[in-house]
Ligand binder design. Structure first.
Ligand SMILES: *Cc1c(COP(=O)(O)O)cnc(C)c1O
Length: 973
């Protein structure tokens, strides 16, 4: 019997042994190349060892010349066992806390086939729509669902959470309102975390927040907008029509933060005059997860379509005239409009929006309505019983949430009884308690609750006696919703399973081939990292559960914070920001607060290199800063003279420099320390955009280099999957002088008790630790890799990028290189000359790659007309070679156009991607064969990924803007 089929050649053996001794087994599975491959790639580059390559790539002065202090690497099995022990320290209780978070049931077919399915969760943001029609359709369903439920005209494809969605609504209102007011009314009946996030956001923009009761607000002070909660945070259903009419008379826009489940029974905001509706779709089948990730929604009127934050999926047509989906309007507007962008939202919550939409597809309108009615009915019965027990309801009009006046009853006694039964309620104050029911609540739960409030098990009534109660819903809904066939045809599990699979197979994810997205680090999302995400001990915890029940999470946070601090060379870490953009915003606010604490509030200039990611200027503007662009030199580095001149010129007002390292041009700038020193010498702080941390881990550290703050995209460097455009996490690390200013949260004290709480910047996200449940992924990654593994990954990521650059440089010029002609962990291929020589645009190459079974690299960013390739450490040499072979073959196809052998208009690139349908079209009158079109490389014969639609006409869709499901006839014609 052959046990080891592939024992390495003896000559490789010693090296292999040495490497495998150093690295954990998991590391060797996480990294795509084995020792042989690494040696072969080094040979091509002319280096004797990986370390020799790194020595030539990374400036000596910034090298970290000691191993990271991290725990020793564990196997998958051991790491999971260790995490299970930590998880066991969390206590799963029944939660009736509400406040925008409700337990719910994830339909198993959705849990397994989406949340636990790499075909869905490893996909990238759908910038290449021809190979992303599946998730685009699911997102279009999401938008349709939101439009139907809110009664508004358009909706986007998700935002990060309800509180930040409310903040986006506020800033959009500020932008579009014409009445010149600078005050915003916030109802005191909004959820407290929403109010806090609004205050944080308003402050640097000079917006005055007026918190008050909507019933008594007199509009004496002009406002540009207002936000109301529906139902209110204490459960009351208010009729807001009179308020909205008055606000409109003043020219103000009104946002309603609404629970989408309640909207199946209540008059939707769009029907009573709201201009914007926001909220969370968490209770549509998404686990609580101690705060996230969940998809927020944002709906408004069509007249504001160009101001909507985040991404909107729209319908257009493909080359054959068939309906096809793609991101509409302001998709990449941050990169184009920079500091004039309407918002900094980039990564959102695609995977969760997909799940929520499928919850609606699964249950259909009558199923969802039945869930809502059942919850309401139970709430009504609960209320009747509590009244029989002598408690007073604060309001007679409610959906699923009661506020109880305790009167002479003791809060203490009630809480003790709750604890004994593992039940959490919301405590308003010593005299009032809140109870929110949800999809999981049963009649037996009501008995438990009554027994708690009765103070004894023997109740003076039975459940049966109370069953016949009438509704307490004011403002009942008359209009229909979810009438589109998609919400009415997949109600058997077989049908739904096939629908999910059909959509999944339209999308190219990491399950098909590498996604070499520059700056986005599409590395392995290992199964063992993903497993704990769906453990109940992490999933079934309410974000405002008492700390005594979340000890496991606290350990996880403490460890992860300490490790990220070690990896970045910083003192403090905040895990609150739930995307990179939010980390930028939080980090800049921290800098602002630091300056203010030193009496230098006036420092408001933010220097940003031209090459920066578009979120950088957009975030700076959100912090009330003025953006001053810094030029780059011909090598792609920051132009040091220009930097010095601008820092000098704005010396008195300099707040910060935002710098990405290695640069977005894919180079380790030699002058980085000097750059930091220049900024410091003028009193500014250095914000490092850590999106490129995959080139730094274990080799150098932002804190050592001279940065003061840095965000990490855990969904890039630390293995959280992209989910098709989210979720993500963007924690920030800061140097010691900035620790006191890290984000706080109204409902949870900061763990560092010795820190003055008065100085923090407030909340930047709805939940205290952002999308807490996906932090387990990064925890697992670090534990399984260990210091040696993480460092090796960085080195191999750099090797892979240099290998690709080397193999392709004679076909496509590499735009920027570092000192020794080496790139960092990504490289930019310059395709600009092809426009002149063959009339080939960058998109033609991107689309032709689809015919070869690949996702295009980053297109036209950071330099128009180029593509940026980031292979990551996880791809094998075979895969890198396959990608290079495809790029080289495409170059040869272009050469045929250049030489006149192939038509300039009618060719393999211009007509790409080729769908199966377009190839069997009766007559074939292109100057190339069907075979050349569909099977250009040997591997496509063995396994062919077919684009679902032909080249999409994006401009057509923007001219004829549609962002909800088309009637079915549109597809048959
Ligand atoms: C991805 C990225 C960001 C934004 O991060 P999100 O998580 O998408 O908000 C910022 N800067 C750079 C350089 C990036 O690559």
């Amino acid at each position: 019997m052959v046990i080891y089929a592939s024992i390495p050649q003896s000559s490789d053996r010693s090296m292999l042994d040495e490497r495998s001794q150093k690295l954990s087994n998991f590391t060797q599975r996480h990294i795509g190349a084995n020792s042989n491959d690494i040696q072969r790639m080094l040979d091509v580059l002319g280096f004797a060892s990986l370390d020799a390559l790194i020595d030539q790539t990374v400036p000596q002065a910034i090298r970290l010349n000691k191993p990271l202090q991290l725990p020793e690497a564990q196997s998958e099995y051991a790491a999971l066992a260790k995490l299970k022990k930590i998880a066991a320290k969390n206590q799963v209780c029944r939660s009736y806390i509400g406040m925008g978070y409700y337990d719910c049931i994830t339909p198993a077919v959705i849990g397994r086939n989406i949340l636990e399915n790499p075909g869905w969760y490893t996909a990238y943001t759908p910038y290449q729509p021809e190979i992303a029609q599946g998730r685009l359709e699911a997102l279009l369903n999401f938008q349709t669902m939101i439009i139907d439920l809110t009664g508004l005209e358009i909706a986007n494809a998700s935002l990060l959470d309800e509180a930040t969605a409310a903040a986006e609504a506020m800033t959009m209102s500020y932008g579009v309102c014409k009445n010149k007011a600078n005050a915003y009314f916030v109802s005191c009946d909004c959820h407290p975390q929403t109010i806090d996030v609004l205050q944080t956001r308003a402050k640097p923009l000079g917006i005055q927040i007026i918190i008050g009761e909507h019933q008594t607000f007199d509009f004496e002070q002009p406002i540009f907008g207002a936000i109301l909660q529906y139902p209110a945070t204490d459960g009351t259903i208010y009729d807001y029509r009179a308020f909205i009419a008055k606000a409109h008379a003043e020219g103000a826009l009104v946002t309603v933060a609404a629970d989408p489940l309640s909207l199946t029974l209540l008059t939707p905001p769009g029907e009573f005059g709201a201009d914007i509706a926001v909220g969370s779709t968490q209770r549509f089948g998404i686990p609580l997860g101690f705060g996230g990730p969940h998809a927020a929604y944002f709906a408004t009127k069509e007249e504001y379509k160009r101001q909507v934050p985040g991404r909107i999926v729209g319908i257009s047509k493909d080359a054959q005239g068939k309906p096809a989906l793609r991101l509409a309007l302001q998709t990449r507007e941050q990169h184009i409009r920079r500091e004039k962008a309407t918002s900094n939202i980039c990564t959102a919550q695609v995977l969760l929006a997909v799940m929520a939409s499928m919850y609606a597809v699964y249950h259909g309108p009558s199923g969802i309505k039945a869930i809502a009615e059942n919850i309401h009915q139970l709430t009504v019965i609960l209320a009747a019983g509590l009244q029989r027990l002598g408690y007073k309801l604060s309001s007679e009009s409610f959906f699923d949430t009661l506020r109880l006046e305790l009167g002479t009853h003791s809060l203490e006694t009630i809480l003790v009884a709750c604890q004994a039964r593992n039940i959490n309620l919301r405590i308003f104050d010593a005299t009032a308690i809140g109870i929110s029911l949800d999809e999981t609540t049963t009649p037996e739960d009501l008995i438990d609750l009554w027994q708690i409030f009765a103070g004894k098990d023997d109740l003076p009534f039975t459940l049966e006696e109370l069953i016949f109660q009438s509704s307490h819903l004011s403002l009942p809904r008359q209009s229909s919703y979810l009438t589109h066939p998609v919400f009415n045809r997949y109600h058997s599990e077989t049908e739904l399973l096939r629908y999910l699979h059909k959509l999944e197979t339209k999308d190219l994810s990491l399950t098909t081939s590498m996604i070499p997205l520059g700056s986005c680090t599409m590395k392995l999302n290992a199964t063992s990292e993903m497993i704990p995400v769906t453990w109940e001990e992490f999933g079934k915890i309410h974000p405002f559960a008492p700390p005594t029940q979340t000890r496991g999470y606290q350990i996880l946070f403490q460890q992860l914070e300490a490790w990220l601090a070690e990896i970045t060379g910083f003192t403090g870490v905040s895990l609150q920001p739930n995307a990179g953009s939010q980390g930028e915003y939080a980090g800049l606010l921290v800098i602002h607060q630091y300056h203010a604490s030193r009496g230098e509030k006036h420092r408001n200039i933010c220097l940003i290199p031209q090459s920066a990611h578009g979120t950088n200027p957009a975030s700076a503007v959100m912090c009330g800063m003025k953006v001053v662009a810094v030029a780059c030199d011909l090598e792609g580095n920051i132009d040091l003279d220009d930097l010095k001149a601008k820092a000098e010129k704005h010396s008195h007002e300099l707040a910060a420099l935002m710098v990405t390292y290695p640069s977005t041009h894919g180079v380790f700038e030699e002058a980085i320390q000097e750059i930091c020193a220049v900024v410091h010498s003028h009193g500014g702080q250095v914000y490092m955009d850590g999106a490129n941390m995959n080139a730094q881990v274990g080799i150098c550290r932002p804190g050592d280099i001279g940065a003061d703050v840095c965000h990490l995209n855990l969904h890039k460097t630390f293995c959280i999957p992209h989910g098709g455009g989210g979720p993500g996490m963007g924690p920030i690390g800061v140097a010691s002088h900035l620790v006191p200013f890290l984000p706080g949260h109204p409902l949870v004290g900061r763990r560092e008790e010795n820190i003055s709480h008065t100085q923090h910047i407030g909340a930047v996200a709805a939940a205290p630790w952002g999308s807490a449940s996906i932090l387990v992924i990064s925890w697992m990654y670090i534990v399984m890799m260990g210091a040696a593994g993480l460092t090796e990954a960085t080195k191999v990521a750099i090797l892979n990028a240099n290998y690709i650059a080397k193999r392709l440089e004679s076909y496509y010029p590499i735009l920027y290189k570092g000192k020794n002609d080496l790139v960092a962990h990504e490289c930019i291929l310059d395709l600009r000359s092809l426009k002149k020589s063959a009339n080939i645009e960058i998109d033609d190459v991107a689309k032709r790659l689809m015919d070869y079974g690949f996702h295009a690299p980053t297109v036209s960013w950071p330099v128009a007309g180029t593509i940026m390739v980031e292979p990551t450490e996880s791809e094998s040499k075979e895969e890198l070679d396959r990608f290079c072979d495809a790029m080289i073959a495409i170059r040869q196809e272009i050469a045929e156009i250049e030489s006149g052998k192939m038509d300039v208009q009618d060719n393999l690139l211009k007509n790409a991607p080729h769908t199966a349908e377009s190839l069997i079209a009766g007559e074939w009158n292109h100057p190339y064969s069907r075979e050349q079109a569909a099977y250009p490389a040997p591997w496509t014969r063995e396994h062919k990924f077919w684009p679902a639609v032909g080249r999409i006409d994006a401009a057509f869709g923007d001219r004829n803007f549609v962002c909800s499901c088309l009637p079915m006839e549109a597809y048959s014609s």
